[in-house]
Design a binder for this molecule. Structure first.
Ligand code: T1G
Length: 686
């Protein structure tokens, strides 16, 4: 039944119980309907509903979304609770999210524990509250709060929910407090649905729509939620509920909800490979290099309570490392995320030194030094000598050969890649790069750190750029080709922003620095396919000193260090290069730009799958969303590919081969999927 019931005098106790977080499945809905009847049969003076374990209820079971809706529907369960002559009290012991919150809102009263949270995060799954949340929340907390809570899906802490009027009290023991409420007082509380809806407020709706345009561009569900709330203001409650249900059912079947549910479950499926040995306890971490990445990694480890020995080559390096970490600490304090005591505790856990001996007991060292093979090999030699033979040695390199680094040590089995993404203490993606000789112990250690840091770990094989950077290189190449053949950087950026990226590839390059891509291309000079078309514009930009925002000019100009301004010189460069190359330029429209850049990534990603560099399409989705800003509401690159369909992709890439058979060489995985009628999510090696 996914819940239990017991009577104690005139009180009925209902405990939602569907581990681990009491997701509301059909069994629970059946149980709740039975509990309403039971309470009326027993003529209780109240029912107290609470959750078993750490949650009240995590919302409707998102695994049931793909199937047909099964009665009793949750809105009907909520109505039955709300209209029962036996008043229900929600004793909110933990997170009450989505349908969990809606059950609570349908109760006559709500009492929360101090650590409880109440939220309507449905838009994060591409739907809207479908069991009365759009109509009940605003009757309790007013229009502004309800719009914000539902359109952005952020839960409220108990104390904030109390201030907002969503709950009646915060008590250490909400069940006990609910049992002590005076019966007459309880009987006088008006059922939520009978409360008057708030007055319409043009300004509130204009404001929320403007915020959504800025912060959730392209996403359908938040706008639908606002629409249903607005409609509800002028409808009888029952009519408004019908509108809500219709919108929920419509969105649930849509591409965006499927994509967001895919991401929800893919993120949670990102676990270590099966049968890994238990990881060692990570009592301390050594980090080599106190630059941007090293400082970020060290700060992330310090922030979860790990002592860090940060190793540098000389005192200047030590000073720089301490200054970089000091900046991160100060930023944490300025944002209110770190108290003065907390900051001091972080500092006390940091040892910045040139003495590798101070890291002798570290079970894991992470090298985050300059991206040069010889520099890294020298560092690994020092780590080899200074740390215990069982210590795991990781490199944060973003593209260098992990196997070559490993081969330079006495025991390559203890070497792996832990590729963090800048800023390392914020970005959740962690590519765990398994070298040819990386041991299971080393892998388990990498995953253990990833779990402690709450990262999204994705296992990667060794190749230039692993998963993410390799796909991103192809994306950049496709962008430069479109630029060379007909568009401008700003047209490309605008197209990809309209596709859903927060920033287009040229603005991103300006922020990271054009010299990074330049160095990567120089590294590939010796091995580049001579038959592969090479676009020289980005090289010329670097040779002209246009390195990006850091020098005030890159693909865009940044007058006074401010915002980006299109630079006609850059557009002319393409004209000049196209002239030299005898190219007749083409005016690509937005759809063509989007198609070429996304198909280029999809084809490269399919090769990454073919070569076993990524284990699954879902892993590539996690990399592209958590590391490179692919729009989450499209489900990541490979889920997006399956949404547009492999047959269509194969047809289009085949057509593009006519233009450039080398760049558009169809991946064998795409061909195989098309031939076998598989989608990419279904494709597996072997
Ligand atoms: N449905 C199905 N499974 C769920 C689930 C859900 N709603 N929530 C969690 N799980 C699974 C999750 O996949 C994982 O499984 C395990 O529980 C632990 O989760 C009608 C329609 C509650 C804050 O959006 O935000 O209600 O990996 O690893 O970090 O209006 O889970 O162990 O096999 O995340 O402690 C709205 C979604 C649904 C909340 C707990 N609700 N969940 O976080 O554990 S739509 C949500 C969360 C809805 C109504 C509509 C978090 C959590 P496994 P976890 P956690």
């Amino acid at each position: 039944m996914s819940l239990s019931m017991r009577a104690d005098g005139l009180t009925g106790f209902v405990t939602l119980d569907n581990p681990p977080v009491n997701a509301i499945d059909k069994a629970m809905r059946d149980g709740l309907m039975e509990a309403v009847t039971w309470a009326e049969r027993e003529n209780f003076d109240r029912v107290i509903v609470t959750g078993a374990g750490r949650a009240f209820a995590a919302g409707a079971d998102a695994k049931e979304f793909d199937g047909a809706a099964l009665e009793p529907y949750l809105p009907d369960v909520c109505d039955a609770i709300e209209r029962s002559f036996v008043p229900w009290i929600a004793a909110i012991n933990g997170v009450a999210l989505g349908g969990g919150a809606e059950i609570a809102l349908a109760c006559r009263m709500r009492i929360a524990g101090p650590r409880a949270q109440i939220g309507l995060p449905e838009v994060t799954l591409g739907v809207i509250p479908g069991a009365g949340g759009t109509q009940r929340a605003m009757r309790l907390c007013g229009l502004d709060k309800a719009l914000d809570m539902i359109a952005f899906g952020r839960p409220l802490r108990a104390v904030d929910a109390l201030k907002a009027g969503l709950i009646h009290a915060v008590e250490d023991d909400p069940v006990e407090a609910a049992d002590m409420i005076n019966t007459e007082e309880l009987q006088c509380v008006v059922p939520t649905w009978e409360l008057p809806a708030p007055a319409h407020d043009d300004a509130a709706f204009a404001a929320i729509r403007e915020r959504l345009a800025q912060r959730s561009p392209g996403q359908i569900a938040p706008l639908r939620a606002v629409e249903v709330i607005e409609q509800g203001l002028s409808l009888p409650f029952a009519e408004a509920m019908k509108q809500e249900r219709a919108a929920f059912m419509d969105l649930k079947q849509g591409d965006q909800s499927r994509a967001l549910r895919h991401m929800f479950f893919a993120e949670r499926a990102a676990k270590p490979p099966k049968n890994l040995p238990a990881a060692p306890e990570l009592t301390e971490i050594a980090v080599v290099g106190g630059g941007t990445m090293g400082a970020g990694i060290a700060y992330a480890c310090l922030s979860i309570g790990l002592p860090v020995t940060l190793l540098e080559t000389d005192q200047d390096g030590v000073d720089r490392a301490e200054a970089n970490i000091g900046k991160l600490i100060q930023s944490g304090m300025d944002r209110g995320r770190l108290s003065a005591d907390g900051a001091q505790a972080l500092r006390d856990r940091l040892t910045a030194t040139t003495d590798y001996g101070k890291a002798a007991n570290a079970p894991l060292a992470i090298e985050a030094a300059f991206e040069d093979m010889e520099v890294k090999k020298a560092i690994f030699a020092q780590l080899d000598a200074a740390l215990s033979p069982g210590a795991v040695l990781a490199t944060n390199t973003s593209y260098l050969d992990v196997d070559e680094i490993a081969a330079s040590t006495r025991d390559p089995s203890r070497v792996l890649g832990l590729h963090f993404f800048a800023p390392a203490h914020i970005m959740r993606l962690l590519e765990i790069v398994k070298g040819a000789q990386t041991s299971d112990h080393a892998l388990a250690t990498g995953y253990a750190l990833g779990k402690l840091l709450k990262k999204v770990p994705v296992l990667a094989g060794v190749c230039d750029g692993f998963i993410g950077n390799r796909i991103y290189s192809r994306y950049r190449e496709a962008a430069d080709t479109v630029f060379m053949d007909g568009s401008t950087p700003w047209e490309v950026d605008e197209a990809m922003e309209n596709f859903g990226y927060a920033m287009g590839p040229y603005e991103v390059a300006d922020l990271s620095g054009l010299d990074i891509g330049y160095a990567a291309r120089r590294r590939q000079d010796a091995t580049r396919d001579p038959n592969r078309r090479y676009i020289p514009i980005a090289d010329r930009m670097v040779e002209l000193g246009k390195l990006g925002k850091k020098v005030g000019a890159g693909w865009y100009r940044y007058p006074g260090g401010g915002g980006k301004v299109e630079d006609p010189i850059v557009a002319d460069l393409a004209l000049e290069e196209a002239h030299f190359a005898g190219i007749e330029r083409t005016e690509y429209d937005e759809a063509q730009i989007i198609e070429r850049l996304t198909l280029a990534m999809i084809n490269e990603a399919a090769d990454v799958l073919a070569e076993g560099i990524a284990q699954s399409a879902a892993g590539i989705d996690l990399v592209t969303v958590f590391g490179y800003g692919f729009p989450r509401w499209r489900g990541g690159l490979m889920h997006y590919a399956d949404t547009i369909g492999v047959p269509h992709i194969v047809e289009r890439i085949t057509a593009l081969q006519a233009e450039d058979p080398v760049a558009w060489k169809l991946s064998p995985v795409l061909a195989d999927c098309a031939e076998r009628g598989l989608n990419l999510a279904q494709w597996t090696q072997g």
